[in-house]
Each structure stands twice: as structure tokens, then as C-alpha cells.
Design a protein around this ligand. Structure first.
Ligand code: GCO
Ligand code: MG
Length: 431
């Protein structure tokens, strides 16, 4: 067994480890950067002194990949070598406190990568699917939603019909705002060839307010009420515009509207709740479960309906499951984040939470391309509009290091595109 780093001894392993003579020890925490579909994935592998026994986690933050990797390689890995991987709660608190100044998305993703790997390890050692460690199943499958986008209601309605034919009962609908760089649509996030990689066109929230509500209403009229429609505003309206947006989309009868406001404006959700019954989903931008509390504990009840939990950013399954339990107590449903920049490892870990939580509502389901399946054997894909966890020990997704090396990650700044978005007056737009 590799000798623990000298600092590991100084960092006072849990007192009970030596007393009980733990047989299993962490021998290495390794990180791997790969981009099988262009978006950087940071994989964490926690290795042990039991040959061939390791756990896999995901620390993927496409906007700050290298910073997250440094937290893992330079700070957490030396601290964890020599410790007993079974003490997940102790290790999570140790990692969090070791930074002294808590939190943030970079720290969150680094902790999340280790935490999911430790849960994967524990389940493998017990020979059980990860969800069994969380109390077993409460549902046969996790309802999934897919994405469609288009330029007008006719195109969107056709794509919704296509998604329904593929078995989906929940479909996120994003429509392009003419002349504006719109989130979630084919023309969106285009970068021009300029030296500073400016966004091709600015954002125009007034045009969004004029365009999107009638298109969503028309899509509803075309597709009928048998399919749930969702929409992601992606924090691009101010509170005044958000209030008007909710008024204008009433007749679209949406399952939820996501990120109606930026996190900085979250204090307005309680007032918005008083003006509209349109269900709201918030949270993918939160890096601490405590950020959800004001929205769950409002004086007149929760001011949101769905928690958009991003397991890696919140620090892994250990904090995410605490939040899921609290959402259940407060009557708020889970709608965990899961686009393609969340790796199949994180998606499988999130699914273990979904399938064992009474609070679960719907899971965002990326459609992963073949190279992703090559790098991540066991990648789970939606079937008939649903996701089901594997019955193999752990979260069920593996990592092929050789295949991963065939897909090097692009320059990390390539994924800083959100910061490049400006409004028509030239001011920076919250993405
Ligand atoms: C979603 C999200 C994503 C984010 C992306 C940022 O609802 O799936 O808004 O599309 O924009 O994860 O990197
Ligand atoms: Mg979103």
C-alpha cells in the first residue's frame, strides 16, 4: 500500500480509524479531463488498497474546469490518502472545513466529485445498486424530460410531437428570439470569429417578452394538453419583466418555468408567487443547499415548486440528499439538472437519489452521443421518456481511461461563453 502523504498523518485521520483497524484505505484520488462530445468532463477516481476496487465521481464544471481540478489534485487528494473511504459524512465535512472559507461552485464541484466516488465505492463493497443505500426504490422509473428548440410555433410543435413519439411525456421548449442570442436554441451561444470571441448578437429581453409567450401559447394550442411543456428563461429577465412574462404565459399551461430570475434576484420569487400560479423551478445555479432555504421556507410557504438540484455543484449526494429530504417535508418537488455538461457518472448518481426520493418530480435527461458511451461504459439513456438505474453494484457507470484520452478537452475558456453575452445597450447580461 502506498505510504500516505506526510500531510495525511498531520491532518489527523478520524480517531476511530486506527482503533477499529480499518482494512480499506484510500490510496489515491485521481482526476481525468476528457471531452467526448466537446464539453469538458472532469472525472474523479478514488482508488483503494483493495486491488481493482475504486469509486467514480463527477466534478464537471464547464466554466471553471481547471480550477476544480486544482482543488482536487493540489488540496483534497493529499488530504484523503490513507483515510477510510467508508466515513463519507466525516470526509465531506473535513473537505468542506479544510478550505476554511466555505463553499462556492468550484469547491462544490470538487467535493461533489469525491463524494459521489465514495458513495459508489461503498455500494460496490456492499454489492448493491447505489439507490439501495438510500432506502431502495419508491418508484419504477424516473420521469425524464428532453429538449426541443425552434424558430416558431409550427416548428416547435412538430418537434414536440417527435419527442412524444419517442416516448417523452415532458418536453422543454426553447424558441429563438429574432435577432437575439437566445439560450437553448440552435442560433444561441454562437461565437463570432472576433479576437475576443464576442457573442454574435446581443440579448434583447424586451424582444423575448414580446416573442416567447405567444409562441409557447401557440405550441400548447397545437400539441394539446396531453404533454407537459417546460421552458427555461435562463435568468434573462429582470423582476418587472418576469412578472409580466408569467402573466403572458398563463394560457400555455406550463409544467414549470425555469430560472425566471437570476440568483441575485431570488428575493423576488415570494412576491412573484403572489401574482401567478405558473409553477417555478429554480436552483441549478446554487452551489450551497442553504441557498434554497429562503425559497422553501417563505412566510407564506415555498415560493418555488421545483428544486433544480445539480449534484456535483452542491458538493455531491451527501448534501443533495439532505436537500431532497427537506424538499419532501416542504412539498417541493425535485427536478435535478442534467444536460450534457453533466457526465453520465453524475447522471447515474443523481438517478439513485431520484429513484429513492418521494419528492422526485422530473429528471432532465441529456442525450449522450456514441463517444460518450465509449468513455463511460454503462451510460444510462432514457427509454420511453424515463430513466432507470442499473442493478449492478454502485451507480453503474464506469470510466474507460484509454478511450477518454482520445477526446482531449478543448481550451476551458471555450466554455466561458455565458460571460460574453451582452444586452443591446452593450451591458453584460446575466446568462
Ligand atoms: C439547463 C441549464 C444548462 C446550463 C449549462 C451551463 O437547464 O440544462 O440551463 O443548459 O446552461 O449547464 O453550463
Ligand atoms: Mg437551466
Amino acid at each position: 500500500m502506498a505510504q500516505p502523504d506526510a500531510r495525511a498523518e498531520v491532518l489527523a485521520p478520524a480517531p476511530w480509524v486506527d482503533e477499529r483497524g480499518a482494512k480499506i484505505r484510500i490510496t489515491a484520488v485521481r482526476t481525468f479531463l476528457t471531452a467526448p462530445h466537446g464539453c469538458p468532463h472532469l472525472v474523479v477516481r478514488v482508488e483503494t488498497n483493495d486491488p481493482g476496487l475504486y469509486g467514480l465521481g463527477c466534478a464537471s464544471d464547464p466554466q471553471r474546469t481547471l480550477a476544480v481540478r486544482s482543488v482536487l489534485d493540489d488540496y483534497l487528494a493529499p488530504m484523503l490518502v490513507g483515510r477510510d473511504p467508508d466515513d463519507i459524512e466525516d470526509i465531506h465535512r473535513l473537505m468542506l472545513n479544510s478550505a476554511y472559507w466555505r463553499g462556492g461552485s468550484i469547491t462544490g464541484n470538487a467535493l461533489g466529485g469525491v463524494d459521489v466516488a465514495l458513495w459508489d465505492l461503498k455500494a460496490k463493497r456492499l454489492g448493491a445498486p447505489l439507490y439501495q443505500l438510500f432506502g431502495g426504490r419508491v418508484r419504477r422509473w424516473a420521469e425524464a424530460y428532453t429538449h426541443v428548440d425552434g424558430a416558431d410555433a409550427a416548428e416547435l410543435a412538430d418537434k414536440v410531437a417527435g419527442a412524444v413519439e419517442r416516448g417523452y411525456r415532458h418536453v422543454r421548449v426553447q424558441c429563438a428570439v429574432p435577432g437575439a442570442d437566445t439560450y437553448g436554441t440552435a442560433g444561441g451561444s454562437a461565437l463570432d470569429a472576433g479576437a475576443h470571441r464576442r457573442r454574435a448578437v446581443p440579448w434583447d429581453s424586451a424582444a423575448c417578452l414580446r416573442t416567447v409567450p405567444p409562441v409557447l401559447t401557440s405550441v400548447r394550442e397545437r400539441v394539446g394538453d396531453s404533454v407537459e411543456l417546460l421552458h427555461d428563461v435562463h435568468e434573462r429577465l429582470d423582476p418587472r419583466q418576469a412578472r409580466e412574462f408569467l402573466r403572458r404565459i398563463e394560457d400555455a399551461r406550463l409544467y414549470f418555468v425555469e430560472d425566471l430570475l437570476a440568483p441575485e434576484d431570488a428575493g423576488h420569487f415570494a412576491a412573484l408567487r403572489e401574482t401567478s400560479a405558473v409553477p417555478l423551478a429554480v436552483g441549478e445555479l446554487f452551489h450551497d443547499v442553504a441557498q434554497f432555504l429562503p425559497l422553501l421556507d417563505g412566510d407564506r410557504g415555498p415560493s418555488v415548486d421545483f428544486a433544480r438540484i445539480r449534484v456535483p455543484t452542491l458538493g455531491g449526494l451527501t448534501p443533495a440528499r439532505r436537500l431532497a429530504a427537506y424538499c419532501e417535508l416542504r412539498g417541493v418537488r425535485l427536478a435535478p439538472h442534467g444536460p450534457a455538461d453533466v457526465s453520465p457518472v453524475a447522471q447515474a448518481a443523481t438517478l439513485a437519489m431520484d429513484i429513492s426520493s418521494h419528492a422526485f418530480g422530473v429528471q432532465e435527461a441529456a442525450v449522450f452521443r456514441p463517444p460518450v458511451h465509449e468513455v463511460f461504459p454503462g451510460t444510462i439513456t432514457a427509454a420511453d421518456g424515463a430513466l432507470s438505474p442499473r442493478e449492478t453494484p454502485g451507480h453503474g457507470v464506469d470510466f474507460d481511461e484509454t478511450a477518454a484520452a482520445r477526446y482531449p478537452a478543448p481550451e476551458p475558456l471555450h466554455h466561458d461563453r455565458w460571460a460574453l453575452l451582452r444586452n443591446t445597450d452593450g451591458s453584460v447580461q446575466r446568462a
